[in-house]
Design a protein around this ligand. Structure first.
Ligand code: PSU
Ligand code: MN
Length: 304
């Protein structure tokens, strides 16, 4: 066991016996949703995973450890509006383990932690990607590099159109990351069901689990993206969300936002501009993703 890992005993037990476990990230809690919806959602997601027959492991950095399986008290601590929580991606992980304090893990950092703990399936809302204007800014999320090197399957509702979705898909292709539509040939755009075509579609968790197993047998490094669109009845009006995103991006330029602050800033502005509509859509889609992830984790555990 890695000395920096602190795996909750019930999760360690499930993993030791090959029972299905789904990793969940914490940046979405600390920096992706307002309080108290963030705590309520984090706890709801764990219950949804349990309903799906798997065990949830919410991951964060706490007290100089990589905590795999936060307690409800720890979720409350990381979600509190006054909490000082660092956003931790691959680059930040060792630093925050040295300095101590709380860190919310991004998709990239959560994948690293899940892999260290032996968890193969992870669910979130949206992954990071290639930002609009990346040709000038070079702003490409470390999530994409992580997907190319760390063998964890990430179930998401695609990426938000704060990003350049087409370039994000190109980048994933270059880095050899499979992007599989779960029951769809369209890459979802988080709040909406999307528009970019994707070639690979699978309709069952069992088929996805088999692709994971084949990749492992081929000795292929890296993970996969399973793209699961928001439920039709909860999807937002594309014009409403696009207008908010354009305005948020303009404001970010005016305010001189750059680097790791960009994504949380844009998420915050969009939430302000669209109010509860985007929050409700966000909660719906992430709940949908954890349910699919639980089914994939079960199918994968049955293969082993
Ligand atoms: N996109 C969302 N919601 C989120 C994030 C992205 O719609 O909460 C978070 C995830 O944790 C993701 C991170 O891994 O932002 C990406 O940040 P960056 O672009 O700085 O890599
Ligand atoms: Mn970035």
């Amino acid at each position: 066991m890695n000395p920096y890992l602190r795996v909750r005993p019930d999760i360690a037990d499930a993993l030791a016996h090959g029972r299905p476990v789904v990793a969940l990230e914490s940046t979405i809690i600390a920096h992706g949703m307002p309080y108290p919806a963030n705590v309520e959602t984090a706890l709801q997601l764990e219950a949804d995973v349990a309903d799906g027959g798997a065990l949830a492991a919410t991951i964060a950095i706490c007290d100089a450890s990589i905590c795999v399986g936060l307690t409800p008290e720890e979720i409350e601590r990381i979600a509190a509006p006054e909490a000082e929580v660092v956003k931790v991606s691959r680059r930040d992980m060792a630093f925050v383990l040295q300095t101590g304090g709380m860190g919310a893990t991004t998709v990239a950092a959560t994948m690293i932690a899940a892999n260290l703990a032996g968890i193969s399936v992870f669910a979130t809302g949206g992954i990071g990607g290639v930002h609009r204007g990346a040709a000038e800014t070079f702003d490409i999320s470390a999530d994409l590099e992580e997907l190319s090197s760390t063998p964890v399957t990430v179930v998401c509702a695609g990426v938000k159109s704060i990003l350049d979705i087409g370039l994000t898909l190109e980048y994933l292709e270059t880095r050899g990351v499979p992007v599989i539509g779960f029951g769809t040939n369209v890459f979802p755009a988080f709040y909406t069901r999307g528009g970019h075509a994707i070639e690979q579609r699978l309709d069952t968790p069992a088929a996805i689990a088999e692709v994971m197993a084949i990749r492992a047998r081929l000795g292929m490094a890296g993970g996969m993206v399973v793209a699961n669109p928001i439920a039709e009845e909860d999807a937002m009006d594309p014009d409403v969300i696009e207008a908010a995103i354009d305005q948020a991006i303009e404001q970010a330029a005016v305010d001189g936002i750059a680097g790791k602050e960009t994504t949380p800033y844009l998420l915050g502005r969009i939430a302000e501009l669209t109010g509860s509509a985007s929050l409700e859509a966000n909660i719906s889609l992430v709940r949908g993703n954890v349910r699919v992830a639980a089914r994939i984790a079960r199918a994968f555990s049955e293969l082993a």
